[in-house]
Every structure is written in structure tokens, then in C-alpha cells.
Design a protein around this ligand. Structure first.
Ligand code: MD6
Ligand code: FE
Length: 224
């Protein structure tokens, strides 16, 4: 049963059943073999994120001292990103209600102590497409607010297999991950233990990057 947390912000608990979670974990592990996780850095300060990242699809989201941007190649290997995993494409087709395929699949890897500060996803040129998120591994506390950083926030726990769609009036809301929870039920994510040896969580976000003219998003300007 889906819950509309705010207009356009939809939580689908258990969207992936355990068999689909296992398939997705296997597909993501194969991507990470080819496109190893890297530690993105904050624009300007160069401070590393606590979350490690990789990407799949024609474009990948990267962040370094020069800012946030999408690019076609891995920042360390220089190779093109692997294809978006089939289980994630199927989730986009079921949930996005958008007439084109996603161009980017950002893979976020959370060690048990990692977190993600409040942010907006706004490096894309077409905000009429939603962002679709899939999670496997440990539960996490997802915080979401409004269109301004200082707006009041609420929180919801995301479990393995949950999907979240951020679209419509919520496309540009601030959101983040405050913390992970320990969980006993991580067996189906076994294929990812090589990349998360202490356990943790993997979140995928699927995005359109270009607008319908094919123009890519503005190069990332550091937020605030
Ligand atoms: C995460 N998610 O769940 C971080 N962004 O690890 C996001 O930043 C996110 O869940 C856009 C849309 C959905 C999301
Ligand atoms: Fe986000």
C-alpha cells in the first residue's frame, strides 16, 4: 500500500519482494565491480561525503571541488558507467509515470555510521520527471521537509525493498538520511557485503537529466 507523505512524495513500502531485492543486489554488485565506489567531495571545501557512490546509465552524478555535475564516465577509471540494472528500470516503468527512460542511476553506499545531509536534487534540467528511489540493506531514517531548508521536517523509516517517488509538487523538497538502524534481516543483500563489509545500506536513485530537447542540466552550482 502506497502512502502519499506530501503531494507528489510517495512511499511504497515493500515495493521489491525478497526475490527482487536479491536480484537487485546481484545486479548492483556487478555494477560496482566494473565501476568501483568512490568518495565524492563537497564543492569548495573538498570534505569527503560519508556516503560512497557509483552510478549506472548514460550519465552519472559526481561531486568534487569543482561542483556537482552529471558526466558520462567514472571519475577514477575514466570508463563509461555500466547499464542501469533491469530491476531498477522495471521500478521506474512502474512508478515514474514519465514517457522516457531514466538517464542516471546514482548508487549510494552507507556504512552503518554514514548519513546524508538535507539536500535538494536539482542538478537535472527537467523537473517534470520524478526521482525514483529504491533501498536495500539496513533500515534508515529518511527526513523530508519543504522547498526551503528551514521548513519544518518529518521523518519516515525506509526498509529494504521500499521505493520512494519524489515528484510533482515535492520534486524539489529538501530531504536526507539521518541515520541507519541495525537489522538482522540482511541475508538477501549478501552479494553486496564485499562493498559493505560491516553491513549498511544501498540506495539507488533513478533520474532524468536532460530536458525534452536533450539539453543537459546546468553544471552543478554548490548549494548555499
Ligand atoms: C537515500 N535518497 O535514501 C537518499 N533523493 O539514501 C535521496 O537523496 C533521494 O530517496 C531523491 C529522491 C529520493 C531519494
Ligand atoms: Fe536526494
Amino acid at each position: 500500500m502506497a502512502t502519499e507523505l506530501a503531494p507528489g512524495l510517495i512511499h511504497h513500502p515493500g515495493f521489491l519482494d525478497p526475490a527482487a531485492r536479491l536480484r537487485l543486489a546481484e545486479q548492483v554488485a556487478a555494477i560496482l565491480e566494473a565501476a568501483p565506489p568512490f568518495a565524492p567531495r563537497m564543492p569548495r571545501t573538498g570534505k569527503p561525503f560519508s556516503v560512497r557512490m557509483s552510478n549506472a546509465g548514460p550519465l552519472g552524478w559526481v561531486s568534487d571541488r569543482n561542483g556537482y555535475r552529471y558526466q558520462a564516465t567514472h571519475p577514477e577509471t575514466g570508463r563509461p558507467w555500466p547499464a542501469i540494472p533491469p530491476t531498477a528500470l522495471a521500478a521506474w516503468e512502474a512508478l515514474a509515470r514519465y514517457p522516457a527512460l531514466p538517464e542516471a542511476c546514482l548508487i549510494n553506499l552507507y556504512d552503518p555510521a554514514a548519513r546524508m545531509g538535507l539536500h535538494q536534487d536539482r542538478d537535472e534540467a527537467d523537473f517534470s520527471a520524478p526521482v525514483v528511489s529504491l533501498s536495500v540493506g539496513a533500515p534508515a531514517l529518511f527526513r523530508y521537509g519543504g522547498l526551503h531548508r528551514t521548513d519544518p521536517t518529518r521523518s519516515v523509516r525506509l526498509l529494504a525493498g521500499d521505493a520512494v517517488v519524489i515528484g510533482g509538487a515535492s520534486r524539489l523538497i529538501f530531504h536526507g538520511i539521518d541515520r541507519l538502524y541495525r537489522s538482522a534481516d540482511q541475508l538477501v543483500e549478501l552479494p553486496l557485503t564485499r562493498f559493505l563489509p560491516a553491513g549498511g545500506r544501498c540506495n539507488l536513485t533513478l533520474r532524468r537529466v536532460s530536458d525534452r530537447t536533450g539539453r543537459p542540466g546546468e553544471p552543478g552550482l554548490p548549494i548555499s
